[in-house]
Design a protein around this ligand. Structure first.
Ligand SMILES: Nc1nc2c(ncn2[C@@H]2O[C@H](COP(=O)(O)OP(=O)(O)OP(=O)(O)O)[C@@H](O)[C@H]2O)c(=O)[nH]1
Length: 491
């Protein structure tokens, strides 16, 4: 039979692992697959053995290398192979070593743990095919994913969540759904709290029913699977986690939940933290079929994780900026005591309403009112009660006004109402309603108070200053007329 018919060609092998019992176990399980199998305990041993048999398959088993792994020494071994076959056995929580080793030369890999039987089977399949791992994924598809992810990043600082649009996380997840074979994408971030939270997700129809809440949210009791879920493991440890078979997580419930939705492989990619030892979350990609990544794919995935971290931070900054800007605007435009527009902002708004009234040929009324004998209130009850009175009067007036009207505190106990689309007659009605409501209002700790009011309608060519002078003159007449009444301004 020929090789094309699937018969393994005779091949010697060099197996490298630091633990003697593990070397012995490998030899017992797989020696029969090789014409000759030699065992090495470190990179130097392996290099010597390979020098004598350069065509051998190098099996680099990374299990047990966790502490103090010398990637450079292992990488030199890979580089020295000059294209001869290399198979890396990689623990699923050590997948970040793969791109590092791939930088030295081509290699294939299997994700651990593999039971003896499965290891023999997978190794047999590998030896029959024996081609170095190719850059399997379609480069156009990867480019498209990158471009979509970059477009999501470009809009990360847009304040779109407020107006109902998808946020950066949703856009990024949707972009990554374009990665070949991906059926579900989720993004976890630590945000303000210590534990990573699900920030966004996107799913193909086949995986839309995956209940991530049941897997990852809530208390450990409510979600017993969270310690095994690659997305959360990656976020918590800062390590790439690649489960090429859900069963390898050794949590039957998780494996069943994923398999039930057609998930065969899960990749957890940590997002680089803002500082050392500060993971900020993870991207979690679920695949409908197990697949091998080449150097280009792993490099692209790592770029995408960087981009996700950057985008999350940008979106966070945009939200913080917006909140700060809102606060600054509030401080600059609102009166601290009553919460209505302050005098300066009132002047600005009046100018705007005058321009608008002119452009659309609509009437505009200005009402000015002032508390009657407020000095007596302060004297009788004290300033703090006086403040309560001012707040109460503002609240009573605001409750009566339309949303298009603007209430302004124009001085200590002086207020104005800018009333667009309102004639002198309507303004008089409004003023009378204000007067009656304020006179009737019950104010805790104080007697009833009254206000005097002036009303003016904007003249055809009149300026804001002139309108204010006229309305104040009307208010002064109301005071002279005995207070608690309304006067219309002269033209
Ligand atoms: N409690 C309090 N009082 C204020 C505030 N701003 C101004 N006032 C008081 O408002 C009073 C205004 O007094 P006046 O201008 O004599 O007017 P009035 O006593 O209301 O008399 P008429 O307006 O003529 O009816 C003064 O006692 C000010 O101290 C404030 O923010 N809080």
């Amino acid at each position: 039979m020929s090789e094309q018919e699937g018969v393994q060609r005779p091949l010697s092998g060099v197996y490298l692992n630091p633990a003697a019992p593990r070397r012995a176990a490998f030899a017992q399980a797989c020696a029969g697959l090789f014409t000759q199998l030699r065992l090495a305990g470190d990179a130097g041993d392996a290099a010597r053995l390979l020098a004598g048999a350069p065509d051998s398959l190098l099996v680099l088993d990374l299990d047990g290398f966790e502490i103090g792994i010398d990637l450079a020494a292992l990488g030199e071994l890979v580089a020295a192979r000059a294209g001869a076959p290399v198979l890396v056995l990689c623990p699923y929580a050590g997948a970040r070593w793969l791109p590092a080793l791939m930088a030295y030369g081509p290699l294939s890999y299997l994700i651990e743990p593999l039971a003896e039987e499965a290891l023999r089977r997978e190794l047999g399949v590998f030896l029959r095919a024996l081609v170095p791992e190719t850059e399997a994924a379609d480069p156009c598809a990867l480019l498209a994913v990158r471009a979509a992810a970059q477009a999501a990043l470009a809009e990360a600082d847009a304040a779109d969540e407020a107006d109902g649009g998808a946020g950066f996380g949703e856009r990024l997840c949707a972009a990554l759904l374009g990665w070949p074979g991906v059926c579900h994408v989720s993004l976890f971030g630590t945000g303000a709290g210590p534990r990573p939270r699900l920030q966004a997700r996107a799913a193909a129809p086949s995986a839309a029913g995956i209940d991530l809440g049941a897997i990852v949210d809530g208390s450990a009791r409510a979600a017993p699977l969270q310690h095994a879920f690659p997305g959360l493991l990656a976020a918590a440890s800062g390590e790439t986690v690649l489960l090429d078979d859900p069963a390898k997580a050794d949590v039957p419930q998780l494996a069943a939940a994923l398999r039930g939705h057609g998930v065969r492989m899960v990749l957890g990619l940590p997002l680089p933290g803002a500082g050392p030892g500060a993971p900020r979350g993870a991207l979690c990609l679920m695949f409908g079929a197990a697949q091998r990544f080449g150097r280009a794919q792993l490099a692209t995935l790592s770029d995408l994780a960087q981009l996700a971290a950057f985008g999350l931070r940008t979106a966070e900054l945009a939200r913080e900026n917006e909140a700060l800007l809102g606060r600054v605007t509030e401080l600059a435009t609102l009166d601290a005591l009553t919460g209505v527009a302050n005098r300066r902002h009132g002047e600005f708004l009046l100018e705007g309403e005058i321009r608008r009234a002119r452009r659309y040929r609509l009437p505009l009324a200005l009402i000015a009112f002032d508390l009657d004998r407020f000095r007596n209130v302060n004297d009788a009850y004290g300033h703090p009660v006086g403040d309560i009175v001012l707040r109460s009067v503002a609240a009573t007036a605001r409750a009566l006004l339309r949303s298009s009207d603007v209430l302004v505190r124009s001085g200590g106990e002086d207020f104005q109402v800018i009333a667009p689309h309102t004639s002198a007659v309507d303004g008089l009605r409004m003023a009378e309603k204000l007067r009656a409501a304020i006179a009737d209002a019950v104010i805790p700790g104080c007697d009833h108070v009254t206000v005097s009011l002036g009303v003016a309608q904007l003249g055809e060519t009149e300026s804001a200053d002139s309108l204010v002078v006229r309305v104040n003159a009307a208010l002064a007449r109301a005071k002279r007329a005995g207070r608690n009444c309304v006067e219309l301004a002269m033209q």
